[in-house]
Design a protein. Structure first.
Length: 220
């Protein structure tokens, strides 16, 4: 049994946002603080470090933690050829420009939590210019400093990022139940003529419901 250390506030915020996601990729996991916490709290974690010595230190920090695996490589390249997909990625504790460079290679459609230590404006502008969409935003007050954090998704037209799907609610434990209810309600109204926008809403919300049903059965 691992000792459960409490997290510093900026990482506690990130961990809280990861709660709905079963498999977390912690990019640039450093000493493995967040990775270990997440693994101890029911997540599967893929923790990465850029260099071989960094990965060795991380492996040691996560030793005896069966829910965490360590991969070495630059940013998301460490996750290439990985058999299993991940539900959310975290890129925390670095400067804004470094985070921006890393997330520019994030997979389409996967939420990414970014938490810069400095350079947040450059990060934010860069994310907007690179067609990321904001899912949620947070601020953390820690030792007289404020740290922003965002959850963003890299999406383009081809990926059908759908602003109708309220994924910013996805961290709430009732999100799947609420989604299901919205969808059922929409389906019950099929007797009357639907407007095109209602039809689109039903289609996208139906896909999200299916996605969450899949997740629920996987984690059961
Ligand atoms: C200050 S630590 C932060 C560790 C942890 N994420 C946190 O928030 O406490 C930054 C880590 O990111 C790693 N890093 C920097 N650039 C990276 C990259 N391109 N790919 C993977 N890791 C990287 C560094 O080696 C370092 O261990």
């Amino acid at each position: 049994m691992h000792r459960r250390r409490s997290l510093e506030p900026r990482l506690a915020l990130v961990a809280d946002w990861c709660r709905p996601y079963a498999v977390v990729a912690d990019i640039g996991a450093g000493g493995g603080q967040l990775s270990r916490y997440l693994a101890d709290h029911g997540h599967s974690v893929i923790a990465t470090e850029r260099s071989a010595p960094g990965a060795a230190v991380l492996r040691q920090a996560l030793a005896g933690c069966p829910s965490a695996v360590v991969r070495q490589g630059d940013g998301f390249q460490a996750l290439r050829d990985l058999g299993r997909p991940f539900d959310v990625a975290v890129v925390a504790g670095m400067g804004g420009p470094t985070i921006l460079r890393i997330v520019s290679e994030a997979p389409w459609g996967v939420p990414v939590v970014v938490q810069p230590m400095q350079g947040w404006r450059a990060l934010r502008q860069g994310l907007a210019a690179a067609a990321f969409r904001w899912v949620k935003a947070g601020l953390c007050h820690q030792r007289d400093r404020f740290y922003p954090a965002w959850m963003v998704v890299r999406a383009d037209e081809g990926q059908r990022f759908e602003p109708l799907v309220p994924r910013e609610m996805a961290c709430h434990p009732e999100y799947p139940a609420w989604l299901e209810r919205e969808w059922q309600r929409g389906m019950r109204s099929t007797r009357r003529q639907k407007t095109p926008s209602e039809a689109v809403w039903l289609e996208v919300i139906g896909e999200e419901v299916q996605r969450w049903r899949g997740k629920t059965s996987l984690s059961d």
